[in-house]
Design a protein around this ligand. Structure first.
Ligand code: KIV
Length: 263
C-alpha cells in the first residue's frame, strides 16, 4: 500500500479500511489482516495512557509508539499524527517535528484543520512527506469546540468544513479524515474531492472508514458512541480467559506436565 493505492482505490470505487494501532503486539496482529493502513493516532493519549483528551500527546510519545507499530507491522502503510501544537509554530520547528514523526517510521503524517496549516502542508508535500488531512471533530480543538461533539450540523459550519476540505486537497493532501460530521456533508465532500475521504462517524458514503482498534474490539464497556460497531465483545472474552487462567492456577491444573520442564 502507498499513497498511490489510496488514489486508485477511490478511482475504482473500492473502499479503504483503516484502524488505529499504537503498540507492537497489536501491530503484529494487524500486519496479518487485510486492513489497508494503520494510524498511530494521538488518541493513544486517551486509549493507552488514560488521559481525557489527546492534548497530552507530544512528538516524543508519538515517535515511541510509531517505532513499535512499524516494527510490528512492516507490511502496513503507517500514518502518524502530528500531536497538539506540534504543527503550529514556526516552519522550522514544525518541520523538525514532522521529521521526528517520519524518522520514527511513519510513511505519512496527519494534520488536524486546514486554517493556518496550508503552508506547512505544501512544504511537507514538496519535501516528500505525504499529508493526510483531518476535519470535522478535530479532537485537538476540544476546548475550542466545547467538547467532543458532531460538527457541521449548521449551514455556515458545514460550509467552513467543506471549504477547508477543498483547501487541504489544493495544498496537496493525499486523503482526508472526516470525523463526526453529518452523512450528507461527508457525501458532498467525498463527491467533490478527487482525494479519498476516510470517515469516522461520518456515515456510509465516504471512500473509506477508520475506527479505533480498541473500540471495534469492544475493549471499553463504558465508551460506545453511536458510530462505533463492536465486532467482538473483547472485554468480556479477555476477562473470561484471564479468570479461567486464575482458576487453573488456583486449582493446580496449570501448569500440567506438558507445560513443565523435566531434568
Ligand atoms: O487520533 C486518532 O485516533 C484519530 C482517528 C480517530 C481518526 O485521529
Amino acid at each position: 500500500m502507498s499513497i498511490l493505492n489510496f488514489k486508485t482505490k477511490k478511482q475504482n470505487g473500492h473502499k479503504l479500511s483503516m484502524l488505529t494501532c499504537y503498540d507492537f503486539w497489536s501491530a503484529q496482529l494487524l500486519n496479518d489482516t487485510n486492513v489497508d493502513a494503520l494510524l498511530v493516532g494521538d488518541s493513544l493519549a486517551m486509549v493507552m495512557h488514560g488521559h481525557n483528551s489527546t492534548i497530552p500527546a507530544d512528538c516524543e510519545l508519538m515517535a515511541l509508539h510509531i517505532q513499535s507499530v512499524k516494527k510490528g507491522a512492516p507490511k502496513k502503510f503507517v500514518v502518524g499524527d502530528m500531536p497538539f501544537l506540534s504543527n503550529r509554530k514556526d516552519l522550522k520547528t514544525n518541520m523538525d517535528n514532522v521529521e521526528t514523526i517520519m524518522r520514527a517510521g511513519a510513511e505519512a503524517i496527519k494534520i488536524e484543520g486546514a486554517l493556518g496549516n496550508l503552508e506547512l502542508i505544501q512544504h511537507c508535500v514538496n519535501s516528500g512527506v505525504p499529508v493526510m488531512g483531518h476535519l470535522g471533530l478535530t479532537p485537538q480543538f476540544v476546548h475550542q469546540l466545547g467538547g467532543f461533539k458532531v460538527q457541521g450540523k449548521e449551514k455556515d459550519k458545514a460550509e467552513l468544513i467543506y471549504n477547508q476540505a477543498l483547501m487541504m486537497q489544493e495544498s496537496g493532501c493525499f486523503s482526508l479524515v472526516l470525523e463526526c460530521v453529518p452523512t450528507q456533508l461527508a457525501e458532498r465532500i467525498t463527491k467533490d474531492l478527487a482525494i479519498p475521504t476516510i470517515g469516522i462517524g461520518a456515515g456510509p458514503h465516504t471512500d473509506g472508514q477508520i475506527l479505533v482498534l480498541q473500540d471495534m474490539l469492544g475493549m471499553n464497556t463504558e465508551f460506545k458512541p453511536k458510530f462505533v460497531r463492536q465486532f467482538i465483545q473483547g472485554h468480556e472474552i479477555i476477562k473470561k480467559a484471564c479468570n479461567e487462567y486464575v482458576e487453573a492456577v488456583e486449582s493446580g491444573d496449570f501448569p500440567n506436565i506438558n507445560e513443565s520442564y523435566e531434568v
